[in-house]
Design a protein around this ligand. Sequence first.
Ligand code: IVH
Length: 680
Amino acid sequence: MPRNVDPITREGASERIAFLRGELARHEHLYYVEDAPEVPDDAYDALMRELAEIEKRFPELRTPDSPTMRVGGDVRAEFKRVVHAVPMQSLDNVVDLAGVEAFLTRLNTFASSPQAVVCEPKIDGLAINLTYEDGRFVQGSTRGDGSVGEDVTENLRTLSSIPLLLNAPFPSGRLEVRGEVCIAREDFARLNEQREKNGEPFFANPRNAAAGSLRQLDPAITASRPLRAYLYHIVNALSHGIARQTELLDRLALWGFPTQKREEACASFAQVSDYIERWSAERFHYHIGTDGVVVKLDDLKLREELGSTLKAPRWAVAFKFPPEEKRTRVLGIEITVGRTGVLTPTATLEPVELSGTTVRRAVLHNQAEIDRKDVRVGDFVWVRKAGEIIPEIVRVDVEARTADLPHYHMPEDCPVCGSRVPRIEGEAMLRCINSSCPAVIKEGLFYFASRVGMDISGLGRRTVDALVDAGRVHDFADLYTLTVDELAGFDRMGDKSAHNLVAAIDASRARPLEALLVAIGIRMVGKSVARALAGHFGSIEKIRSASEEELALVPGIGQVVAASVRAYFDDPHNMQLLNRLAAQGIRMDSPDVFISGASLPWVDKKIVFTGELERMSRADAQELARALGAQTPDAVSAKTTWLVAGDGAGSKLEKARRLGVQILDEPAFWELLESAQKGK
Ligand code: IVH
């Protein structure tokens, strides 16, 4: 391979770029589509780094189809609308084999001859439409209402399995392909685990996670999610010389698209019903979620003749799988105590296999839910997975209740610390209000250490349990007094881990104010409220001394949140804890964002950022500007005050020049920012 073509010259760079892009595309295809990588990850990373470096030196050679663009471009304010020239229809559903047979009969009657059909797993994902011009990916959209979708091109570009350039010989001109974006079951489990660690809310199921991830205004977030795409349809396939669905799928694969490769051509109802029966079981072992089987006419010419109704094509149906339900027994009801002290009842079950995993527990939420379903310990119950993921009890098999089982009542005392749990007016749940309850302390510490909080890696559940159980840690402040020696003495913690943990705890002292505000667990204060508070007040002291009315005036903070913040600071225990944290050197203010009162020097400024900044990410710089009152839209317009141009600025810079918008380089921006911060 032509290694080390000296990329000093533009020509050399261009040649090397072409080579690297070809290689990267090939490796991406092998890895993401074929599942058969040829080189180790670091060899791929090295090629990518080299390409990025050359493109950085020659920004004019960077094009949207470069694999370096998969990391996610600019953040947008909203999605553009895309009109689907050929509507993206849904499918008619059938729920039993008789429905499938009726469909086949209709096809055969229409054609006056027995027709072959193709069966494919129906992917439980999000429909997408991809447009290619001369083999180059130019636009990707969601289905929307079927006629008009959203332009998610930049987000789809970040999916490594979607080819940016098709393998030759691809059709010249326009090609539209359709398929589904989804998240594999294993990736989904890992994603939720990660979210738990970061203190972020769970996704209910892979479909929601895929939809939420694809419809992000910031493509970098999409890039960070394990999205996959599978294609199964070509719009106007006949005009590309394709006559059958089987051929269509082969062609997609040849061009480099990921396809499921689980299709089967069937010549009779017996074959179709055999496929459906096999998949009714197989689906629980399939790597992605499927909610049925799609049965489609193989002959594309005949499809045209059949046409479609307003809602769905006449040439296909979806056989929908019934949600799997299994019968098992309730062995007990356990109560867990969460970070905020809420007592949650969970049924422990006789283990049962359901949709590919062993189910041992089902959350019951609260007393009202237990009463509604009348679940009692010892009952036989039917369970299923809500959204194919979270086990739930559907109903009790009351007839099988032989003995006179007692009703279940939530405990009156916290099962962990034994203190009385008062029933709180207007709340469906019970809450342990003992702030020294070990369960509350442990959950609180785990959350304190999470990524959105103080980001102390290495402080997992096991370590937290050990430290609290040993009576060594009672609250957040105690963490900062831990030494390497004593940590190394704890079960399963080696010298190196002890060192790393102490270093991580130490580094967390400098976490920004907004992270501290999240970490201490004020009720209703998540990331965005914390950011608003930190940006507005600039220090714990100023937040503490603000009245409820003043708090409620902060944009993004309502009356209820203001009351919760006020209540937190009115509690002397919390103030003591904050004082101890301050004494341990934890940062209690944001020197970068120091705003007194309501004076916002940049309220009249509209600042647009473009390119890469050296000092911090664009998002952080925008936040600093917003804290001074500025607006930070994504697009340049005649109303833009300044365009801050970092490294590699492109079309926004040109537009700003054309409109006569004042352009600032990075040092000029920091200078203005610092003087605005001081002036307030
Ligand atoms: S064929 C124009 N095949 O299910 C193509 N659809 O509930 C007609 N879907 O709108 C659909 N897997 O988004 C087809 N293998 C598959 C599919 C599939 C999932 C989606 C598709 C459709 C929806 C209907």
